[in-house]
Write a protein that binds this ligand. Structure first.
Ligand code: ADP
Length: 249
């Protein structure tokens, strides 16, 4: 059988190593880029007006602003739950509105999302809630068994694998939902008001986990009303006010 790697004769100059190939374009510098994005819901309610935003890979961004300003809508546009009305959104180098069903599903697999109300499956244990995502993505049993304990340890839920959500505190439920969001190591984590139902102590624990995830290279975008955290953590802050974006810090 002929090898694909033919050895070079002594006198041959090895070909220059291409820095990039057509199959592997350079990764985009911005993991998120929005250009003149407008979103108006079907009932005519404007939710976002002319939003422009670029976010580098590995950033941590706070989104603040009053209720009804458009924060959740912005996250929903990023993970493709809502469609924009006009403008352009690139996430991880892909223009979201041009993606067909399956392509959008593939992109969404690369985005972890957590919510204020956790959205765990009540009749499944912590381990099942977290492993479910990996099963759905076709991971092998062996890989699931490797990732599960590491991820649960990272969020401090080792020993609670077999509990059902109703047997966990709010803080623990949110940590289980973080485990579910990141067990597939997505490059991007979106958190919509993740500490809205938690006391200060649990909120701090959740933010510490988010910071650790950011420390290993995951881009984290958090909408929050938790001013204490926004003030004490020195990350960039944008505000959505009257459906428009303002840079705060
Ligand atoms: P925030 O997250 O800042 O509280 P939202 O993004 O949830 O704000 O909402 C922004 C605006 O869009 C609000 O006026 C809200 O009533 C409206 N809105 C949100 N979701 C829908 C929807 N599914 N249909 C119609 N209007 C919506």
């Amino acid at each position: 059988m002929t090898s694909l790697l033919t050895p070079l004769a002594k006198h041959q100059i090895p070909p220059a190593q291409p820095t990039r190939t057509p199959e592997a374009p350079p990764p985009p510098a911005h993991i998120i880029a929005l250009r003149h994005v407008n979103k108006t819901y079907e009932n005519g309610a404007p939710a976002l007006v002319d939003i422009n935003l670029k976010l580098n890979k590995g950033s941590f961004l706070f989104i603040t602003g009053p209720s009804g300003a458009g924060k959740s809508t912005l996250l929903k546009l990023l993970y493709g739950q809502e469609k924009l009305t006009t403008g352009q959104i690139h996430v991880n180098g892909q223009e979201i509105s041009s993606l067909k069903g399956n392509q959008l599903a593939m992109l969404r697999r690369r985005i972890g999302v957590i919510f204020q109300d956790y959205k765990l499956i009540p009749r499944r244990t912590v381990a099942e809630n977290v492993a479910f995502v990996l099963h759905a993505q076709g991971y092998s049993r062996q890989e699931i068994d490797r990732r599960l304990p590491l991820t649960l340890k990272m969020v401090g839920l080792q020993g609670k694998e077999d509990r059902f959500p109703s047997q966990l505190s709010g803080g623990e439920q949110q940590r289980a939902s973080i485990a579910r969001a990141v067990v597939g190591t997505p490059p991007l984590l979106l958190a919509d008001e993740p500490t809205g139902n938690l006391d200060e102590d649990n909120a701090r624990q959740v933010f510490n986990i988010l910071r650790r995830l950011n420390g290993i290279g995951i881009t984290v975008v958090v909408t929050t009303h938790n001013e204490l955290m926004v003030r004490s953590l020195n990350y960039p802050v944008i505000q959505i006010r009257n459906h428009r974006l303002h840079h705060i810090r």
